[in-house]
Design a protein around this ligand. Structure first.
Ligand SMILES: C[S@@+](CC[C@H](N)C(=O)[O-])C[C@H]1O[C@@H](n2cnc3c(N)ncnc32)[C@H](O)[C@@H]1O
Length: 308
């Protein structure tokens, strides 16, 4: 068993990077022995000097190495065994192609195993965005790329059935199987769900909405992002309307949400495209008298509300 005492993270990372087993184990100072220390602090235990790393830092380290951190085991008074299990990068909807492009995110896809609402960083940023746009006051809410309706489900939980039912909800997605699940979920409620290519939104003859939500959808290759975004703002947002756009800055791999979006032509997370689109929307909205905030982590939330 490899034991680290006062080695730096550089040395630990260098060692971890050359391990090729599925399960990597190493011993370090038990993080619970440190109080109020920042990572990297040197501490003494049983007359031996150790460098301290928190569980949060170790979990981040596992993520950076495309590993899942398993439950540590206490090995002695001073040390714990840290266990990293390598993720199977092939177990991801990103790598699986469906012959029917509309069903890449359908109810039978790997994407259907993902529950974003149960990820703390997603949930807290989305809830904050809904509070910022004053969801309680909105009458008509349009969601593009609604999939099976998780984003509406959270609004229902937040507002309660009575307030939820007093509003008009519209959802669009070209995945029929995902919309079928959403229809079942919101049957008897005031939710209109359309199986439709978003590029053909005009065919639905919708009136402008008070709130436009689109998470992880507008940047998809089937949509010409910038012109489509401007069209939406001009034609589908009411005078006092607000916007919540969620930009994906992560990958879903083998059960884990891994920070950092993957751009074409790069084999690591490169985020120029992401920030380019985010800043385009921010500038456009500010020029059109919106107050714009940017929050979130694995999902960046651009939230815009009208000034005055
Ligand atoms: C990454 S998923 C995000 C779904 C959901 N908003 C979420 O975050 O869980 C993108 C969704 O947009 C839909 N989609 C992508 N391009 C579309 C298009 N051109 N027209 C309609 N739906 C589209 C997909 O079917 C999928 O449900």
């Amino acid at each position: 068993m490899k034991i680290f005492t006062d080695e730096s993270l550089y040395e630990i990372l260098s060692w971890l990077k050359v391990q090729d087993s599925e399960l990597i184990e190493f011993e370090i100072l038990n993080p619970d022995l440190a109080q109020n220390s920042y990572v990297g602090a040197t501490l003494t235990c049983n007359e031996k000097t150790y460098r301290y790393f928190s569980y949060k830092a170790l979990s981040n380290l596992a993520e950076i190495l495309f590993c899942k951190m398993l439950t540590p085991r206490i090995s002695s008074v001073c040390r714990v065994i840290i266990r990293f299990k390598k993720l199977d990068k092939q177990r991801s909807f990103h790598t699986i192609t469906n012959s029917v492009k509309e069903e890449k995110y359908g109810s039978n896809s790997n994407f259907a195993d993902i529950n974003k609402n149960e990820e703390p960083s997603f949930l807290s940023a989305y809830l904050k965005a809904l509070e910022s746009v004053k969801i309680k006051d909105k009458k008509q809410i349009l969601n593009l790329g609604i999939n099976r309706g998780d984003e509406f489900e959270l609004i229902r939980t937040m507002l309660g059935n009575k307030l939820f039912e007093s509003k008009k909800f519209i959802g669009i997605d070209y995945s029929k199987s995902a919309i079928d699940v959403a229809r079942e979920r919101f049957s008897n409620l005031h939710v209109s769900l359309h199986v439709k290519d978003i590029n053909k939104i005009d065919e639905l003859h919708l009136t402008p909405s008070d709130l436009l939500i689109s998470i992880g959808t507008l940047q998809s290759s089937s949509i010409n992002f910038k012109p489509f975004f401007m069209k939406l703002m001009r034609e589908y947002l009411s005078g006092n309307g607000a916007v919540i756009l969620g930009f994906v800055n992560c990958r879903w791999i083998d059960g884990e949400m891994i920070y950092g979006s993957k751009a074409p032509n790069y084999n690591y997370s490169e985020q120029t495209l992401l920030y380019n689109d985010v800043m385009f929307c921010k500038r456009y909205l500010q020029q059109h008298r919106f107050r714009v905030t940017l929050t979130g982590k694995e999902y960046l939330f651009l939230t815009a509300t009208k000034i005055g």
